[in-house]
Design a protein around this ligand. Structure first.
Ligand code: PLP
Length: 357
């Protein structure tokens, strides 16, 4: 990150595509905001970031990313409050994490000023794409890919760091049923599970499809060695409530350090909930389900915030969770969203004000 700050080159869109978007029937990922940022890495340095109209780009078919998967990404959201002010949630954590992911994938780290200048500029240009109201947000997808041509198996010498944005609305999903994996793994010791590497997702689609064929929406990943320890739920971190205690696995080589996960841990503690960050055995939740002390399971991630899990299958048996009064997942989700939408005090200093005027 020694690259001197050179500012941004900005080319604005001639007209907005905002009127093409059906916000009442919004399909996530279908529409992209008018502008994107592309920054090239070549000759050993990140070049001046370019803000330009969103659109297709040309690449060599031999570009490394297509062959060796040198690609990392992030997911974050911008929120608009009742006074039209725009806020990001803990964006430094996403910035730090993409560089942690990049390092693991031999991609050069991206400079902080470029990242924040680009974000602020994009959100200012496309602030109309951020809708007010509960659940509405602009999803921000930063990613980095190896673009050098040539199929030799070595790290790329050229990269693109890109930021695109798409409107998102509340993810009102019904609670999901999950299958606890006793064969497939998402990650392993010494691997790339802690990185938001594109290939982690690619590798999870097939086992997830098999779970879907059995009637489950997601897979609960277990440790690759023994399949005895619970690690993540699909592409989310996972929490278990046994009695009044909230339990989640510690982060590691294999478990992604989710921003939502650590925020929920802090909020739960703030609420006086007993939180244990420790390894948790499949056998422990099966036992707790059998003796009715397993009250809740939920996943955490930027996209859904909190996704409730209503039951799980383990070793051919399905365990249905009971309805509980005043569930933690509902309370914690509201607390988190109240901070994100600037409706509540921000005791942890998580909000980041975007200059859109
Ligand atoms: C992105 C991601 C999460 C959630 O991280 P957040 O920072 O909360 O969005 C959890 N697990 C995996 C595997 C992920 O890729």
């Amino acid at each position: 990150m020694d690259t001197p700050h050179k500012g941004l080159d900005i080319t604005t869109a001639k007209s907005s595509r905002l009127d093409q978007v059906d916000f009442d029937n919004l399909v996530f990922g279908k529409y992209y905001a008018d502008h994107m940022m592309i920054c090239d890495y070549k000759d050993g340095a990140w070049q001046t970031p370019q803000i330009m109209p969103y659109g297709p780009m040309e690449m060599e078919p031999s570009a490394k990313v297509f062959h060796y998967g040198q690609a990392v990404f992030e997911g974050m959201k911008a929120f608009k409050d009742a006074d039209d002010k725009v806020w990001l949630f803990r964006p430094e954590d996403n910035f730090n994490r993409i560089n942690i992911s990049s390092k693991r994938m031999a991609i050069p780290e991206f400079p902080k000023e470029y990242f924040f200048d680009a974000l602020n500029t994009l959100l200012k240009l496309d602030s109309e794409w951020i809708k007010k109201g509960d659940g509405n947000s602009l999803y921000i997808r930063p990613f980095a890919i190896g673009t050098e041509y040539g199929v030799s198996a070595s790290p790329s010498n050229e990269y693109k760091f890109i930021i695109i944005c798409c409107p998102a609305k509340a993810y009102y999903s019904t609670p999901v049923k999950v299958l606890i994996s006793d064969h497939y793994s998402r990650s392993a010791d010494g691997g790339v599970g802690y990185a938001k590497a594109a290939g982690n997702y690619g590798a999870s689609f097939y086992p997830t499809n098999l779970a879907k064929e059995k009637g489950y929406q997601q897979v609960i990943w277990t440790d690759a060695n023994t399949h005895e320890y619970l690690e993540e739920a699909g592409t989310m971190n996972v929490f278990f409530r046994i009695g009044d205690k909230l339990i989640t696995a510690p982060t590691s080589d294999r478990i992604l350090d989710g921003v939502t996960r650590k925020s929920i841990i802090d909020l739960a503690k703030h609420e006086g909930i007993d939180v244990e960050v420790r390894r948790i055995k499949v056998g422990e939740i099966v036992e707790a389900a059998k003796n009715n002390t397993l009250k809740e399971i939920f996943g955490t991630g930027t996209a859904a915030t909190i996704a409730q899990i209503s039951g799980f299958e383990q070793d051919g048996t399905f365990y249905d969770l009971p309805e509980v009064e005043n569930p933690y997942n509902v309370k914690l989700k509201k607390m988190l969203q109240d901070i994100q939408y600037n409706r509540a005090q921000d005791p942890f200093d998580w909000r980041y004000a975007v200059e859109t005027k």
